[in-house]
Design a protein around this ligand. Structure first.
Ligand code: ZN
Length: 254
C-alpha cells in the first residue's frame, strides 16, 4: 500500500487506524472480562476450600473432645466398679454410707458424661456428613470450572491472536502516515483514552463537544488540510464514509 501524502489520504488512514483501534479495544475488553471471570471462579473455589477446611478443623476438635470425654467416662466406670467391690468388704456403717455416697456421685457423673459423649458423637456425625456434601459440591464445581477454563483459555488464545493480527495491521497503517501524523496519533491515543479521530456532529467536535466555528467547518468540508479540534486536539472530520484505499481511495460526503 502506498504512503498517504495528501490530506484526504492521510485522513482515510487516520480513520482506518481509529476503526482498528476500536476493534482492538473491544477484543481487549472481552478478553479482560474472560480473564476476570476465570479469576472469580478460582476465588469462589478457594473460598469453598477454606470453608470445608474450617469444618475439618472443627471435626478434629470434636474428635479430640470425644476421646477425652470417653476416657473420663471409662475412668468413672472403673472407679464405680472398684467402689462396688470395696462395698463388699466394708463393715462399719459410716464407711458403708461414705462409699454409697461416692457411688452416687460417680453414677451422676457417668450419666452426665454419657450425655456429653452422645452429643459429641452426633456433632461428629454432622460434621462428617456436611464435609462429605461439601467435598462433593467442590468436586463437581471444580470439574465444571476445569471444562469452563479449557473453553475460555481457547477463547483467550483466539483473542490474543486477533489482537496481535490487528496490531500488525495497525503498524502497517501507521507506517503509511507521514511520521509527524503517526506520532501525533499515538500521542492523542495515549492522552484521550484511545479516541483520536472524531467526526463533527451538529457543528461540534464529537470528542469534546465544543462548537466549531463556521470557517472551520467549511475548511473541514473542503478536506484539503488535516485539522484538529482547537480544544481537545483530536483529529476532526465531517461525517464521510471511507472507501477502502485499494478500491480507489475516494472519500464520500454522506
Ligand atoms: Zn474536541
Amino acid at each position: 500500500m502506498a504512503d498517504a501524502t495528501n490530506a484526504r489520504e492521510i485522513l482515510d488512514v487516520l480513520r482506518a487506524l481509529q476503526a482498528l483501534d476500536n476493534e482492538i479495544r473491544e477484543v481487549v475488553v472481552e478478553r479482560d472480562e474472560v480473564r476476570s471471570n476465570l479469576e472469580r471462579l478460582q476465588v469462589v473455589l478457594s473460598h469453598m476450600d477454606k470453608e470445608v477446611d474450617d469444618k475439618r478443623g472443627k471435626l478434629t476438635e470434636a474428635e479430640r473432645w470425644y476421646t477425652a470425654k470417653n476416657k473420663e467416662l471409662e475412668d468413672d466406670r472403673e472407679k464405680l466398679t472398684r467402689s462396688k467391690s470395696r462395698l463388699g468388704g466394708v463393715t462399719k456403717s459410716k464407711e458403708y454410707m461414705a462409699v454409697q455416697r461416692e457411688m452416687d456421685t460417680l453414677r451422676k457423673s457417668i450419666g452426665t458424661r454419657e450425655e456429653e459423649v452422645l452429643k459429641l458423637l452426633s456433632a461428629i456425625e454432622e460434621f462428617r456428613s456436611a464435609i462429605q456434601v461439601e467435598e462433593q459440591k467442590i468436586g463437581d464445581l471444580r470439574s465444571e470450572a476445569r471444562s469452563e477454563e479449557t473453553a475460555k483459555l481457547t477463547r483467550l488464545d483466539e483473542m490474543e491472536k486477533t489482537i496481535a493480527a490487528v496490531k500488525g495491521q495497525r503498524d502497517v497503517l501507521l507506517g503509511r502516515l507521514p511520521p509527524r501524523y503517526a506520532k501525533q496519533y499515538e500521542t492523542i491515543y495515549r492522552g484521550r483514552a484511545g479516541v483520536v479521530v472524531v467526526p463533527v456532529s451538529g457543528e461540534a467536535c464529537s470528542g469534546c463537544h465544543i462548537h466549531l466555528q463556521p470557517r472551520m467547518i467549511s475548511v473541514l468540508i473542503h478536506g484539503e488540510t488535516v485539522e484538529t479540534c482547537p480544544q481537545c486536539n483530536r483529529f476532526v472530520y465531517v461525517q464521510t464514509s471511507i472507501n477502502p484505499p485499494s478500491e480507489g481511495g475516494g472519500v464520500r460526503v454522506d
